[in-house]
Write a protein of this length. Structure first.
Length: 197
């Protein structure tokens, strides 16, 4: 399995991205070596794609598959793509506040700590649907790790499309999010332009 080992703050700096979208509260004081240089149209499109891939932790081949699937769906391709990325199980776990960072969300899903509609799911890219119930396994509820996580993420705002029960560590996807509900700083139209060449 391919693993992205690039330091997070370094990657955020190169993509001109705020680390808070990944769940990190650190800040980098350095500026990018390319700051202030003019970027070509292709460079802008490529940066938006890399930004989306980095935020959601998706590699090139699966990302392209998401794009092709979004292109076949009804509606606007860019909005469909963002909705699909946001409805990945690891992303939903992060939004529910049961992981400090998106990388940690991917890890805990991979360790079979979550049930979807009562069945264990260990695939971070599993796409949730409206009405799905995501909860922490009984065995994992007693772990100190989740008590620490809830202390850190307690103040994080759970999006309106997820109904969260902090006590039971359980959440329900009320409906899939629209583009307006996704606060990720990615211009999906540039990604569509890049792939439709």
């Amino acid at each position: 399995m391919a693993v992205n080992r690039v330091p997070v703050l370094k990657r955020c700096r190169s993509l001109d991205l705020d680390p808070t979208f990944l769940g990190y509260d650190k800040k980098s004081n350095r500026t990018s070596a390319r700051a202030g240089k003019k970027i070509s149209e292709y460079g802008l499109q490529l940066r938006e794609k890399q930004k989306a891939k980095f935020i959601y932790g998706v590699l090139e081949k699966p990302f392209r598959n998401y794009y092709e699937k979004a292109d076949r769906m009804k509606g606007q391709t860019g909005e469909n793509l963002m909705t699909m990325l946001e409805s990945r199980l690891d992303s939903v776990v992060f939004r529910m506040g049961l992981a400090r960072t998106r990388r940690e969300a991917r890890q805990v899903v991979g360790h079979k700590h979550f049930l979807v509609n009562g069945k264990p799911v260990q695939i971070p890219s599993y796409l949730v649907k409206a009405g799905d119930v995501i909860e922490l396994r009984e065995k994992a509820k007693s772990l100190q790790r989740y008590k620490d996580i809830l202390e850190v993420t307690g103040g994080r705002l759970v999006p309106e499309w997820i109904e969260m029960d902090q006590e039971a560590m359980k959440g329900t996807v009320k409906y899939l999010p629209t583009r307006e509900m996704i606060d990720v700083p990615v211009n999906e139209m540039l990604i569509v332009e890049l792939y439709s060449k």
